[in-house]
Design a binder for this molecule. Structure first.
Ligand code: IMP
Ligand code: MG
Length: 193
């Protein structure tokens, strides 16, 4: 436990069991086909590294970071950085892996961008799914766990850059997120990175 965590939602054993299940589904879906796992930085790095070690078929690994700029009612601009270069992803079957599917804006835009940049196929795999928060029509092809509308940290998920290293997933205490946002009564909403 951690002093800033209200309660643990998924402990290490439960996380392992969830990842084993998703890894089997992914293995079945891609057996006999080349594919590249594209981990969305930074949040998905822990999930992706545990996931791929449980997938016993050939795969390649790539990374993308997605930062959004702009506020208010303007369409936010999504700036993507790929490693390796995006040209190496053209023509490939991609499995985009992210930490959490919240409003769905980040992943749906990432999928569109990757298709536009020439991916043969793009599927998505998320560690956590928060369906109550969905703002765009989007569902992930694979997911480990569903969570209620709480602000969660740990196992890659952060608040203000912290808590990614917790080995479990927990609900962040309200006093922790409201401290940096005086007067706010709703949890922080991410900029999608
Ligand atoms: P979306 O575009 O709203 O689906 O946002 C997805 C991103 O928001 C994730 O990759 C996370 O970085 C962030 N996010 C959403 N909910 C949480 C949460 O409960 N804890 C930590 N980060 C979150
Ligand atoms: Mg993220």
């Amino acid at each position: 436990m951690h002093e800033d965590v209200e309660r643990i939602l998924f402990n290490e054993q439960q996380i392992v069991a969830g990842i084993d299940r998703v890894a089997e589904e992914v293995t079945r879906a891609y057996r006999g086909r080349d594919f590249t796992v594209v981990s969305v930085l930074k949040g998905a790095c822990i999930f992706a590294s545990d996931l791929i070690r449980r997938i016993p078929i050939p795969l390649e690994l790539a990374f993308v970071s997605a930062s959004s700029y702009g506020a208010g009612t303007q369409a936010r601009e999504l700036v993507l950085n790929f490693f390796p270069a995006e040209s190496e992803l053209a023509g490939r079957n991609l499995l985009l892996v992210d930490d959490i599917l919240d409003t769905g804006r980040t992943l749906s835009r990432l999928v569109d961008e990757l298709v536009q940049r020439g991916a043969a196929e793009v599927r998505t795999c998320v560690f956590l799914d928060k369906p109550a928060r969905r703002a765009v029509d989007f569902h992930a092809d694979f997911r480990a766990f569903e969570v209620d509308d709480l602000f969660v940290v740990g196992y890659g998920l952060d608040f203000a850059g912290r808590y990614r290293n917790l080995p479990f997933v927990g609900a962040l205490k309200q006093e922790c997120w409201s401290r940096s946002r005086p007067g706010t009564r709703s949890p922080p909403r991410s900029d999608g990175v």
